[in-house]
Design a binder for this molecule. Structure first.
Ligand SMILES: C[S@@+](CC[C@H](N)C(=O)[O-])C[C@H]1O[C@@H](n2cnc3c(N)ncnc32)[C@H](O)[C@@H]1O
Length: 506
């Protein structure tokens, strides 16, 4: 048995004050310190398929070692015995290192009881820095890559485009704006051929334009084996009040994709029942999708919805439409905003003006401005007063639907021009308005449960980006117009609307 190596080069040092509850909370936030609950760690460890004779395990962002401990426990219980395991743990926060050391010591004892040789290296340093220097230029050949297994719960934090972390990642050919995807990308690079990775992380990387380069990299070198979803947003990390939607990813380093990917779900409560189904790989990641979205089709309903949506093949461009984000960023245009409209102003539309199928404007006494000055300097922020379909960019978690659409109708709001605030996306016909039939049909389609369920399959956050709407496939122009004609002034309720969409479009 070898000694535990520990290099303490973290730049947080040992700064830790007894009275600093706030500091700790701040640090927890800054370093993304959310411990994996034991049951989830055990589940993650159970996903590894192959136990080679010698396991070289990476635990990046190791915290107190919960994941390594889960892996070792599973290994020792397993009948397929490996002869030795060497663990390499990276943890940035010096304050956790003593606990991590103790965990590694316990792992050593457990392995020794099971006749498995155990060694560990503990690096109290920045994994991005250390990992990039290991991965840079692929100094190692495939057989010499340091790890054949990786288990991770990486920290989650945005990284600025001009930060050192971002520069380091770029040096290793990794373009990503979040720390967690940086961790996953480096870990994937450091794995040897057929090496396995199991990670719990936010599911935001599965779609969204910012994560496209990461998805490309990950999906090119790794083959997905399982994606595990939690039904409840917060249950998995109850103690930590984590509201990010998390998934567990199991992937194997290989350019060859398997026929299918297991998509499983559980409530996230300890020891909850796991349901799983095998989905064709090409349905999870469509080979013809340039965005490389990862579709999380988890149940029968999802599957039906995915099939129904696959019938729609019309792009926005084929409909002659475009979608843009509202041009008025209110804090930048502060000097032009006015609470109540008067001569020389035009309507300014916020999500608070959504009221059923049509925009209701103004909203007197509300917190938001109702109008924007119509001056030479604001012209570029305004669009001609015409019919548009608006979609909220952000919905609260309590809101029933993720995609919420509403029609701006100049017959109800008389104004030559209008400003759409930045929390909205708006559909337009290359800068001009839409015919009412098309607008009503489009709004009905977007507000349907069909679109909502489909959207949730690949979008784990509450944000609806213009790119998401751009990438969606729509019914034909004739179908949307016909649907629009069925809708009279009073929009149907959700059940009636869903029935109408089904009758007209499916
Ligand atoms: C989400 S926690 C997970 C901890 C542990 N792996 C678990 O699953 O319970 C992420 C850990 O990464 C550490 N961390 C944050 N930034 C890091 C960095 N740049 N390099 C290494 N560790 C880092 C945090 O201190 C924290 O302990």
């Amino acid at each position: 048995m070898q000694a535990l190596h520990s290099s303490r080069s973290g730049f947080l040092g040992t700064r830790r004050s007894k009275a600093s509850v706030d500091f700790d909370a701040e640090k927890k936030q800054e370093l993304g310190q959310y411990r994996t609950p034991e049951a989830i760690g055990a589940f993650m460890a159970s996903l590894f398929e192959v136990y080679p004779t010698e396991i070289r395990l990476l635990d990046a962002g190791a915290g107190d070692g919960a994941l390594t401990a889960a892996f070792v426990k599973r290994l020792c219980e397993s009948r397929r015995r490996s002869k030795r395991i060497s663990v390499t743990a990276y943890e940035f926060d010096a304050a956790i290192v003593p606990t991590l050391e103790r965990t590694l010591q316990s792992c050593r004892v457990e392995c020794s009881r099971s006749g498995i040789e155990f060694t560990a290296e503990l690096h109290n340093e920045d994994f991005i820095e250390a990992g990039v220097s290991l991965a840079r230029g692929d100094l190692f050949g495939a057989s010499k890559t340091p790890f054949n297994a990786a288990i991770l719960n990486p920290p989650y934090r945005k990284i600025n485009s001009d930060s050192r972390t971002r520069r380091l990642l770029r040096e290793a050919g990794i373009e990503t704006s979040n720390l967690y995807t940086g961790f996953l990308a480096i870990a994937a690079k450091l794995l040897s051929e057929n090496g396995e990775m199991v990670a719990i992380c936010p599911r935001s990387f599965c779609n969204g334009p910012y994560f496209k380069p990461f998805r490309e990299q990950l999906l090119d070198i790794m083959s997905l084996r399982r994606l595990h979803l939690f039904e409840s947003r917060s249950a998995a990390f109850q103690q930590d009040d984590v509201l990010q939607e998390n998934i567990i990813v199991h992937a194997v380093k290989s350019p060859y994709k398997t026929q299918s990917v297991i998509i499983s779900t559980s409530s996230g409560e300890p020891n909850s029942h796991v349901t799983e189904r095998a989905c064709p790989y090409t349905e999870v990641v469509s080979p013809s999708d340039p965005e490389r979205f990862i579709h999380l089709v988890s149940g029968e309903t999802d599957e039906v919805v995915r099939r129904q949506m696959a019938r729609f093949t019309t792009s926005l461009a084929m409909l002659g439409l475009e979608v843009s984000t509202g041009r008025v960023v209110d804090f930048r245009a502060k000097q032009f905003l006015v609470r109540e409209a008067h001569v020389g102003t035009v309507p300014l539309i916020y999500p608070c003006h959504f009221n059923g199928p049509f925009v209701h404007w103004p909203k007197p006494g509300g917190r938001k401005a109702n109008a924007i000055r119509d001056t030479e300097r604001t012209q570029e922020l305004l669009v001609p007063g015409a019919i548009y379909v608006l979609v909220k960019r952000f919905t609260s978690k309590e809101e029933r639907r993720r995609v919420v659409a509403c029609i701006y109708d100049p017959h109800r709001i008389c104004a030559e021009r209008v400003g759409f605030e930045n929390h909205l996306n708006y559909f337009h016909a290359r800068g001009r308005g839409l015919p009412m039939d098309l607008a009503e049909g489009l709004a009905a389609f977007l507000n349907s449960t069909l679109v909502d369920v489909y959207f949730r399959q690949f979008n784990g956050h509450t944000q609806v980006n213009a790119t998401d709407l751009r990438n969606l496939r729509y019914p034909t122009l004739a179908q949307l117009e016909s649907l629009g004609r069925k809708i009279c002034d009073a929009f149907p309720n959700q059940t009636e609307l869903d029935a109408l969409v089904e009758k007209e479009l499916l």
